[in-house]
Design a protein around this ligand. Structure first.
Ligand SMILES: [Zn+2]
Length: 273
């Protein structure tokens, strides 16, 4: 898909709605994003994260590492550094309650395999595209000329899948904010970072990620063939995606050093998840 977020979550959000508490939403969502991490280098050929063997040998362990990092380091810090009015709306819904490792592994695999299967039908060099002539059949689209079916599927699913995923996400957030008072999450609301620490926690990673991301622009301008090969929507979609990945890395680093900052400024500890 031109942008790895939302469209690739279309297959996993319905599971989170249907089997709430029985599936790991964080593992499903992380798994559905992980294969595209290999595209952070625009000119690279990939590391196998979209292949069948890569789902088990690369995507699964990578997703589980990210899941543990998210649960142990990022989530407690985000809760401490989010104003109480926003916690129940935006942070607590993405908490990752612990399930058995088999179930979390299955969710991680479902996410990454659904991603690889969609791409295998949407990419020109995808497995299904190469093996099913129907996906390579040209369709005449007015001024756009002849476009293969796989490309039409690519953009159609990006739009329709994203719209469907957005509806599901809205539903998930609505359900999460209706969580009964007294649930385990309410215990986390007792600790709040000072305004200075809270502001630094969010602003510093945004500034750092923006500066790091700006390095990509000369890189893209130096490879104009990417526009013709993939199209501007695709290229800038991945620029935005890489920007979000840089932000996630910067937030993780900020979360790792937060306990020290909070202890120094308030004397309180970051709550355990
Ligand atoms: Zn992909």
């Amino acid at each position: 898909m031109p942008f790895p977020l939302l469209a690739h979550q279309a297959p996993v959000f319905p599971l989170m709605l249907r089997y709430r508490g029985r599936v790991s939403g964080a593992a499903l969502v992380l798994g559905s994003i992980v294969p595209d991490l290999e595209h952070l280098w625009l000119t690279g050929t990939g590391f196998g994260l979209h292949t069948a063997w890569g789902q088990f040998a690369l995507c699964l362990p990578l997703t589980l590492v990210l899941l543990v990092t998210f649960r142990r380091i990022v989530m407690p810090a985000m809760i401490t550094c989010t104003p109480s009015w926003a916690r129940s709306r935006f942070v607590e819904p993405i908490r990752a309650p612990r399930l058995s490792w088999q179930r979390e592994s299955a969710c991680a695999l479902f996410g990454s395999i659904s991603h690889a299967l969609l791409d295998a039908m949407a990419h020109r060099d995808g497995w299904f595209t190469l093996h099913l002539p129907l996906l390579r059949a040209p369709v005449l689209l007015g001024r756009l000329g002849s476009v293969p079916v796989c490309r039409i599927f690519h953009y159609a699913f990006s739009v329709l899948g994203s719209a469907f995923a957005a509806l599901c996400l809205g539903q998930l957030l609505r359900r999460a904010t209706r969580a009964p008072t007294g649930s385990p999450s309410s215990a986390w609301q007792s600790t709040q970072a000072s305004p200075c620490v809270l502001t630094s926690y969010w602003v510093a990673p945004i500034v750092i990620a923006t500066l790091v991301g700006a390095r990509r622009f000369p890189d893209i301008l130096a490879h104009p063939h990417l526009y013709f090969e993939f199209g501007p929507v695709y290229v800038w979609g991945f620029v935005l995606f890489s920007q979000l990945v840089y932000l996630a890395v910067a937030l993780t680093l900020a979360s790792a050093i937060l306990p020290l900052a909070v202890r120094n400024s308030t004397g309180s500890k970051v709550p355990a998840p």
